[in-house]
Structure formats: structure tokens, C-alpha cells
Design a protein around this ligand. Sequence first.
Ligand code: ZN
Length: 438
Amino acid sequence: MKGNLKKQYGVGLLLFLMIIAAVIFIVFGISETKVSGLKAEDIKENSLVLHWEAKGKPNGYVIYQKDVVLNEFKEIGRIDDSEITDFKIEDLEQAQQYDFMVKAYKSTAKKVWESKTGGEVSTCTLPDPVNITSAVYVDDGNIELIWQENESADGYKIECSKSADFKKPLTVSAEKSETKHIFDKLDSDSGYYFRVRCIVSRDGTEVCGEWSNTADIISFDDFKLSETVDPDKPMIALTFDDGPGYNDASDRILDVLEKYHAKATFFMVGTNAESHKKNLQRKVELGCELGNHTYSHTKYGSKITAKDIKDCSEAIYKTCGKYPTCFRSPGGQTTKEIREVCKAENMPIYFWSVDTNDWKFRDAKKVYNHVMNTAKDGDIVLMHEIYGTTADAVEKIVPELIAEGYQLVTVSELVKAKTGNPPVAGQEYITAQRIKAS
Ligand code: ZN
């Protein structure tokens, strides 16, 4: 009996010690089980991912977000797998400060213990990106940029660069209340790219939003009338489409202009321009005006895209270092879209008041007669620089118009001299003073 009692005591003591050991183990284990290195990663406007490391051997994690109004953490999620140490949080507000906490937990069938302390992180979501709504050439090397407002932004950063990849950008800041900026003293005859992003300041650090769309625009010098043009004397603008190339007609036309110190305007096709560098350089040297006649001259009216127009400008610029300063639509059909692109690209549009139909007749005498019988002060004459018969006619027309007292000027000179103002981008001129209704 005594022996049995001793034995029972012994078993009881052992059990008691085991329970104590288990309690110590659990308490000790929990104090060692925790979350460390909590970070917010992959931060977007409306979401982020919490990432942490586990210490000890937890059974899972509880994720908390601080309620701003109550100023206390509320459980927003639970992970019952110790291996998963990421938690994506969605439906957040842009440009807002958030506080998160993650605790590790251990559990038995009956009880769950959360670690006493949790990893905490404070972070700010990105501000929504804004859109550039307008980029306009104002005058003499000034370009105005306007963007949408983001009411949560504390300011904006704007980049301006000559390259599309924004290498070596000029960076300026704008205040919270500003939604426009004028870049001045830009190089003339240069293309510029612009982009904007929102900035929010939280806890002394700046959080930058994603970049806006990119706006690209060309900077020009203001058009100034050459001193050789007398606004009080009659003048005509000869214009030539579709070239250069195919034959020597263009060079012959340039020979006549050079000989008589006359100027003309050439609405060129991009694909032709880029293969005739010398011809373009000569036009620039002679003071002729370079015009855009789309890149390929394969589309008309509403089929013409912004790209057809911009590609032609780039082709001319790459070939001779000058951007075209005016536009004529193939076949003369213009649309609202074309006018808008031309306005953005700083190009007035030119129709004509005298149509020689040189492409139809291919007859030097008919072209000559038509010009000499109809062209008058302020007129814009349509011809094509790619026909020998046109060159034949021009060889007679130029000296005779000059003999009649006309100055042969570019389209920009014609408008400036006749109206006192430089031509307006996006507007379509029929003569110096007649504008086509849009
Ligand atoms: Zn044409």
C-alpha cells in the first residue's frame, strides 16, 4: 500500500512537472514567436503588399490596419499558414497614409496566443497619375503645358527633355494649386517632350506618383518678315506640292527662283523629302518655306492621322534640320482633326486661290496663261514641283510677274505682310486674308 502511494505520488509529481514544463514552453515559445522586418512593397495607388519575416515557429499571422478615426488597430486579415509571409491589401485610397501591424500567433486545439508585440509599418499609397490635357506653342520659344488637377497632390514635378526617353531632363516643380507651367527660352526648331507627376509629402518624405502621358511639341522662333518684302507693294505666293524628286523639275524651279531672288513654298511628301537632302538644303538656303504634305500622300481627308502629319515633319527635320512651318492636305481636303493636329504642331494650313491644274494639263502654256490671267495681289497659286511642264511655265511666270511689279513671297510672308500678323496655326488660308470656314 505504501509502495503504491509512493508510486501515485511519483506519477502525480511527474504530471505536474510536465504541465509546468508545457506552460513554460508555450509561454517561452510565444515570447520568441514574432514578426520582424515588416515592410510595405509594390506600393500602387490603391494597393500594396505587406511582407515580413517570422521568428520562432508561429502557426499563422494576424494583420491589422489602424483605424484613423478611432486611432486603434483593427484586424483586417488572418493567415493560417506560417509559410505565407505576404499579404496584399487592396481598395486603398490614393495618396493616403496607412499604418499596418502584423502579429504572429500560435494555437492549440483550445487556445490561440498572439505575439505580444507586432511588426508595424507606416506607408503612403501613390497619388493617381494626372493627364497632360494641352501642350501648346505660345510664341518665341515658349511652350505652355496644362494638366489635370489631383486634389490629393501636394505639388507636381514636370520634366522637359529633347529625347523621348527623358535623358538629362530639365525638371521643374509646381505648387499644389498650379496646373500649368510655361517653359520659356526653349531652343527654336527643336522637338521637346514633357511629362508630369504628382508629389505627396508624408512624414518628411516625398512620394512620387507615376508619370503622366507624354506630350511632344516643337519649339519655333517667331516668324519675322524679311526686310526685302514691302507690305505696301503687291505680292503673290507660288506654292509647289508633291515633291521633291522624280526628275529635274524641282531643281529647275529652284534655279529660276535663285536667279530672280524670288521665294516660294514647297509642300513636300515625307518619303520624297528624306531622299533629297541637297534639294531641301537648297530650299532652306534660298529662303523658301518648307511645307508638310503628309508622310506618304496615300491618304486623304478623314483618313489622315496625326502620325501621317508628324512623320512628315520629322522626315523633313531629319533631312535638313528645319521643321516645316505650314501644312497642305493632299487633295486639299481638311477635317477638324487635321486642323487640331496642325494647331498642336504649330502649322497654319494653306489652300489656294489660283489652281493651275498643272498636274492635269501637263501643258506649260496653259499653266503660264492661267497664272498670268488670274493671279493677283494676295493670291496663293497651286502648282506641283514634279512636272517638267510646270518648270517650263515657271521659267516664264517668275520674271514676268516680277516685271509686273509683284513680289514673289512665301505663304508666311504673304499673310504677315497682308494682315500684319503671323499666320495662325490650325487656320486654313485661301488667300492672305480669306480663311476657310471650319
Ligand atoms: Zn498633293
